[in-house]
Structure formats: structure tokens, C-alpha cells
Design a protein around this ligand. Structure first.
Ligand code: HEC
Ligand code: HEC
Ligand code: HEC
Length: 487
């Protein structure tokens, strides 16, 4: 999930907004001719439902995954999600009867969104976050369906098909996975908590699916229910611990800082949202009402604290450090991180400034969670992929330096490791060290879960077991034959 898809701002204008569906229109006209007032309120109800569905679709960030990058038609699919299993392409969810979900009934739609089963009965991969959407209420599902059928323009377009390697190509295996890991219970309000807390819990857990990124996963790639929001890998990126822990989580952030981060993706002297979090801010969170953002923060504050390795808090590490001071630490050729220093002054200091302190436009590299975290993933990924986040009219942009960068300033794996070490040693968490192999691992989508590491063994293992069983049968048969006849 590296290239930011179109933001809802771009598509909302282009989406056909039908106050009532075409099929209902003649009925509506008849009714309004007879009793004008009844007709009007009927239209209002229908358009209210579609409008509500649109807001819910934004909060659930359906467009982020279902829109191809670089100006793809909204919801027409074709966005390739990099997962440890391989690339999974999203489908066309416009109401196209040919290529989309135009033939889905409300029941079919609800089953796909909440249970991960398509109309034809085939199982979806959990790259579609149905594990979170399972909690969506029936009322909201109705509104979502009304929006997709009447508020989204049909688009006849077949997105690229997903072809995962064996054994993941067998979709029915997801039925077993669902049996083990899919909790189908709808959101249950907690009567001991305030209405605001419950609204926040519903937004975070069901619609915004925060846990699909921020909760660590087990060997089978299911969320580890014992560590909600304690931090998880998202391909090349790392979604940090956002439990209420004061040091490891976001317990030390003020309400205002958290709201600002969710709304804009930038809190000076603390954190900037890049990668998948930039997409969540750009496509979804910035469009939420202030009350809804406040509700999410109220809920986050109350998520049980889970301590992890960050000591002290990742937002507070580092201090300004001058390149002059650094260069005086050794004669040329003797300074341990000399290449890192050169890459830094050549590629980074123009924006982040010579002491890493940043300015009004560019963030400081100390007191920055990407450099203070106890792992280098977000620092290395930001260097590899850059940062692009549009919020309102403001575009935050940092160029990419990795091999996919379209700019001339490409850095080698060693340069990226060296500059990361320079930044970590001078501005961030000096205990973290980066090797060129780490850069390759992160570029390759991060550490693979056990299930993926074992996958290549699936076919040979099946063959090996068959061979052993065959050999046993042959051996038994031959023993029986060679046994001397009794009597
Ligand atoms: C994180 C990415 C992501 C988000 C967010 C997401 N989807 Fe999906 N969705 C996918 C992927 C990927 C598939 C295809 C999965 C597969 O092929 O197994 C999919 C499949 C579907 C399908 C099945 C379509 C078909 O062709 O049968 C429906 C319906 C659907 N999504 C609706 C939604 C709705 C509605 C939302 C918002 C509430 C949403 N999705 C949000 C990734 C996403
Ligand atoms: C698609 C994956 C994804 C989703 C969904 C997501 N996040 Fe994130 N989040 C990330 C990643 C990755 C980062 C690190 C970004 C960076 O440092 O550039 C992050 C960073 C954050 C941070 C800043 C933490 C820090 O120390 O810098 C907060 C706070 C946060 N997310 C809250 C949330 C909340 C609340 C939700 C749900 C409303 C949410 N996120 C949904 C992936 C995600
Ligand atoms: C053209 C200006 C520019 C250059 C050059 C640049 N950056 Fe950035 N950098 C930015 C901007 C802009 C942001 C994000 C600001 C925001 O989010 O509002 C950023 C953010 C970051 C972050 C925080 C990312 C996160 O996920 O929290 C880190 C770390 C970083 N840059 C490191 C570097 C390093 C290391 C280099 C050199 C290899 C570099 N930058 C070069 C402009 C630049």
C-alpha cells in the first residue's frame, strides 16, 4: 500500500449523486403528483440514507483500497495490496452489473463486507478488512448499500485478477481461517461507558479498522487478540503501539495532539503520518467530523496500556546535532559514519536542516517517532518511498530515494543504511542499527510471518508424504508376498 490512491475529495465531485434511485423515480413522481408532501419526505429519507452511507464509506475508507492509483475510477478496483502472501487486487465495487456489484442484493453485500464471502460463494482474503467490518451495525450496512447502489457511478471495468502462489491460491482455506479467527458479533455498546466512548469504539474498531494495522498478528496472520493496538507490521511500515501506555503508547500525547494527528497527519515535534497512515488520514480521517475525531481519541485514551520496548518515549528522543560538530569527531576517512554524514548533508539537510531541527515547512528529525522508535522500519521506509499526503489544500511531500524513485537522487541500500544510522545516532534512538540487509528486508515487505515461510514447503511436503506412504505400502505388500506360506 505504497502509492496513495485518489482522495475522496477528488471523487466526491465526480460521483453521481442520485437523490433517489432510477427505479424508484416513476413511483416517486406518481406519489408526488398525488400527495406532494409525502413524496418530498420520501425523497429526503432516501437521499439522507445515501448521504449517511457516503459518510460511512469514507469513515471505513472503502475508496483507499478499491480505487486504482494515479486517477483510477473511484471504487472500480485494481489497487494491488502488497501482502506477505503476494499481491492481492481489490475488486470493482461500483454498481456495474457486468464487472461490479450491481447484482448484489443487500444480503449479498452485507455477507461480503462482514463475512468475506462474495456473491458467488468464493472466499475473500482478509486483505479486505471484513474482520473489522463484521462489527458494522445493520442500520449502517443498509446505508452503505444504499450509497453503493445509488450514490456511486457504475463503471464497466475488470480489474486485474489476484493470483497468489499455492497453497494460498486455494480460497476455500479461508473458510477454515474464518472459523478460527473471524468473530462475527456485531458491535456491542458498553453501557458502563459514555456515548462518546461508544461512538469512538465503534468508529475505531468497526469502520476505521485501526486494529488491522496497529494490532500485532500471530503466525497465521490473524490479529493477536491479547494485544489490541500494541503495534503491528504493515508490509514495509510499522504501525506503532497506540495503547494508552504513557511511554510505549500514546498516553503521553495530549487530546489536541492526537486529534491534530488524525485530522492532518502532522504534529510538530512529535510525528508525521507517512505510508499507510498517510492514506488513512488523506482518504478517511481528515473527512470525519470533529465530534467523531474527539470520540476516537476518548476511546484511545481508555485502551488498556501495553508496555513495549520503547524507553524512553519514542516521541522524546534526540536533540539538535550539528554536522560541524559531527565532522570534527574524526579526521576525514576516520569518522565512523562519514558516508552517512555525506548522504545526510547531500540529500536530507536541505529540508530537515543541518542540525536536523527542521523549520516551518519540514519536520525536525529529533522528537520524531520515526527516528525514536525501537525499530527502523518507518525511517527506512520514508527514505525508500518518500511521503505524500494531501490534507485540504496542503500537500506534504518528501521525495523517495529508493530504487523505485522516479527522481535522480536514488540511494543504494548501503547509502540508506548509512544515512539511517547517522540520523539514528545523532537525532533518534542510537540503540537501533541498520544494515544494508535490513534495508533489503524492509524493501521486500518486511519480516514474513511463519505461515508464509512454511508455504514453499507445502508442495514438497505433500509430495514427500505421498512418497513415504507409497513406499510403506509397497514395503508392506512385498513383505506379505515374501512371507513363507504357512502350513
Ligand atoms: C484495506 C483494503 C480494503 C478496504 C479498506 C476495503 N476493501 Fe473491499 N476488498 C478489498 C480486497 C483486496 C478485495 C478482494 C479480495 C479478494 O480478492 O479476496 C475486496 C473485496 C470486496 C468485495 C467483494 C467484491 C466482489 O467482487 O465480489 C466487496 C463487496 C467489498 N470489498 C466492499 C468493500 C466496502 C463496502 C468497503 C468499505 C466499507 C471495503 N470493501 C473496504 C480490500 C479492501
Ligand atoms: C492501513 C494501516 C493503518 C490504519 C488503518 C491505521 N493506522 Fe495509524 N499508523 C499506521 C502506520 C504505518 C503508522 C506510522 C506512520 C509513520 O510514522 O509515518 C501509524 C501511526 C499512527 C499514529 C502515530 C503514532 C506514532 O508514534 O507516530 C497514531 C496516533 C495512529 N496511527 C492512530 C491510528 C488510529 C486511531 C487509527 C484508526 C482510526 C489508525 N491509526 C489507523 C498504520 C495505520
Ligand atoms: C524536499 C524536502 C525533503 C527532503 C530532501 C527530505 N525530506 Fe524528510 N520529510 C520532508 C517532509 C515534507 C516530511 C513530512 C512533513 C509532514 O508530514 O508534514 C518529511 C518527513 C520525514 C520523516 C518523518 C517520517 C515519518 O514517517 O514520521 C523522516 C524520518 C524524514 N523525513 C527523514 C528524511 C531523510 C533521512 C532524508 C534524506 C535521505 C529526508 N528526509 C529528505 C521533506 C524532505
Amino acid at each position: 500500500m505504497l502509492t496513495p490512491p485518489v482522495s475522496p475529495g477528488t471523487f466526491i465531485g465526480s460521483v453521481l449523486f442520485a437523490p433517489i434511485s432510477a427505479s424508484l423515480r416513476p413511483v416517486f413522481l406518481c406519489l408526488s403528483a398525488l400527495v406532494a408532501t409525502t413524496g418530498a419526505s420520501f425523497a429526503d429519507d432516501a437521499s439522507d440514507l445515501v448521504a449517511r452511507g457516503r459518510y460511512l464509506a469514507t469513515a471505513a475508507d472503502c475508496a483507499a483500497c478499491h480505487t486504482a492509483p494515479h486517477g483510477g475510477t473511484p471504487f472500480a478496483g485494481g489497487y494491488g495490496i502488497d501482502t506477505p502472501l503476494g499481491k492481492i487486487f481489490s475488486t470493482n465495487i461500483t454498481p456495474s452489473k457486468e464487472d461490479g456489484i450491481g447484482n448484489y442484493s443487500e444480503e449479498d453485500f452485507a455477507r461480503a463486507v462482514r463475512e468475506g464471502v462474495a456473491k458467488d460463494g468464493s472466499h475473500l482474503y482478509p486483505a479486505m478488512p471484513y474482520t473489522a467490518y463484521a462489527k458494522i451495525t445493520d442500520d449502517d450496512m443498509k446505508a452503505l448499500y444504499a450509497y453503493f447502489m445509488n450514490g456511486v457511478k457504475p463503471d464497466d471495468h475488470k480489474p486485474q485478477k489476484t493470483e497468489l502462489p499455492f497453497p494460498f491460491s486455494i480460497r476455500t482455506s479461508m473458510a477454515v481461517w474464518n472459523l478460527l479467527f473471524l468473530d462475527k458479533t456485531r458491535f456491542q455498546p458498553n453501557s458502563a461507558k459514555s456515548a462518546e466512548w461508544n461512538r469512538g469504539a465503534y468508529l475505531a474498531d468497526a469502520l476505521e479498522h485501526c486494529s488491522t494495522c496497529h494490532t500485532p498478528r500471530n503466525a497465521f496472520m490473524a490479529e493477536d487478540a491479547s494485544q489490541p493496538l500494541a503495534g503491528g507490521s504493515v508490509g514495509s511500515w510499522y504501525a506503532p503501539n497506540i495503547t494508552s501506555d504513557k511511554v510505549a503508547g500514546i498516553g503521553g500525547w495530549s487530546d489536541d495532539e492526537l486529534i491534530r494527528y488524525l485530522k492532518t497527519g502532522n504534529v510538530a515535534g512529535k510525528a508525521q503520518a507517512a505510508g499507510p497512515m498517510a492514506e488513512a488520514v488523506e482518504n478517511s480521517l481528515q473527512h470525519l467530523s470533529d465530534d467523531d475525531l474527539k470520540a476516537i481519541v476518548t476511546y484511545l485514551r481508555d485502551v488498556p496500556a501495553i508496555a513495549s520496548g520503547d524507553k524512553p518515549s519514542r516521541a522524546e528522543l534526540g536533540k539538535p546535532s550539528s554536522v560541524v560538530e559531527a565532522s570534527l569527531r574524526g579526521l576525514p576517512g576516520q569518522m565512523a559514519d562519514e558516508n552517512g554524514y555525506h548522504v545526510f548533508s547531500g540529500s536530507c539537510a536541505a529540508c530537515h536542516q543541518v542540525e536536523g531541527q527542521g523549520n516551518d515547512h519540514y519536520p525536525s528529525l529529533f522528537h520524531n517517532t520515526a527516528t525514536g522508535e525501537d525499530r527502523p522500519d518507518n525511517l527506512v521506509s520514508t527514505i525508500l518511498y518518500g511521503l505524500h499526503r494531501t490534507v485540504g489544500d496542503h500537500v506534504a511531500f518528501m521525495p523517495a530515494f529508493g530504487p523505485d524513485a522516479s527522481f535522480t537522487d536514488r540511494l543504494s541500500d548501503k547509502d540508506i543504511a548509512d544515512v539511517s544510522n547517522y540520523v539514528l545516532a545523532n537525532y533518534g534512538n542510537p540503540a537501533v542499527k541498520v544494515t544494508p540487509a535490513d534495508v533489503v528486508r524492509i524493501r521486500d515487505g518486511g519480516e514474513k510471518p511463519l505461515i508464509v515461510k512454511l508455504a514453499p514447503l507445502a508442495a514438497p511436503a505433500a509430495i514427500a508424504i505421498t512418497v513415504i506412504v507409497l513406499a510403506l505400502i509397497i514395503w508392506l505388500l512385498s513383505r506379505r508376498r515374501s512371507r513363507p506360506a504357512l502350513g
